[in-house]
Design a binder for this molecule. Structure first.
Ligand SMILES: [Zn+2]
Ligand SMILES: [Zn+2]
Length: 145
């Protein structure tokens, strides 16, 4: 019994619960950032979707993420994934792989407090813009990891 209590306490200690959402506030989510992995994606789809050079994504186990209010927008650029976005303000919120349902990828910039999230890898660097330098210390992958 004591052991079980300790385990629960340990889990509570390790939890890093935060919230995030879109620019207009219509879509909201809660995420536990324990053991999160954050990476920059330089693929052409993410450049188009963000309107920028790359998109930072924070990845957690699917069970560590839940919608408080789910966005109305969903789009598949390929058979690989569904991108969910707010249909009112257009903010890209999540990338959900169809064959990778155990992982949830969230646009890092949509967290209310994105502090302390270190970028540990960069993917699809083959389409990185020449002026965008690699993040120091981050593993570099030409395609996906
Ligand atoms: Zn919105
Ligand atoms: Zn991408």
């Amino acid at each position: 019994m004591e052991q079980m209590k300790n385990k629960l306490l340990l889990e509570a200690d390790m939890a890093d619960l935060r919230q995030g959402g879109c620019l207009c506030g219509a879509a909201r989510y809660e995420i536990n950032l324990h053991d999160q992995r954050t990476s920059n994606c330089h693929c052409r789809d993410c450049q188009k979707n963000s309107g920028g050079a790359f998109m930072p994504f924070t990845n957690v186990d699917a069970g560590q993420f839940r919608w408080i209010t789910k966005p109305g927008g969903a789009f598949s650029a390929s058979e690989k994934a569904v991108r969910r976005f707010c249909s009112a303000c257009g903010t890209p919120l999540t990338w959900e792989g169809v064959n990778d349902s155990d992982t949830q990828s969230v646009s890092t910039g949509t967290l209310d407090d994105p502090s302390g999230l270190e970028i540990t890898s960069e993917i699809y660097t083959r389409s990185r813009w020449p002026d965008i330098l690699p993040v120091s210390g981050a593993r570099q992958y030409e395609k996906s990891t």
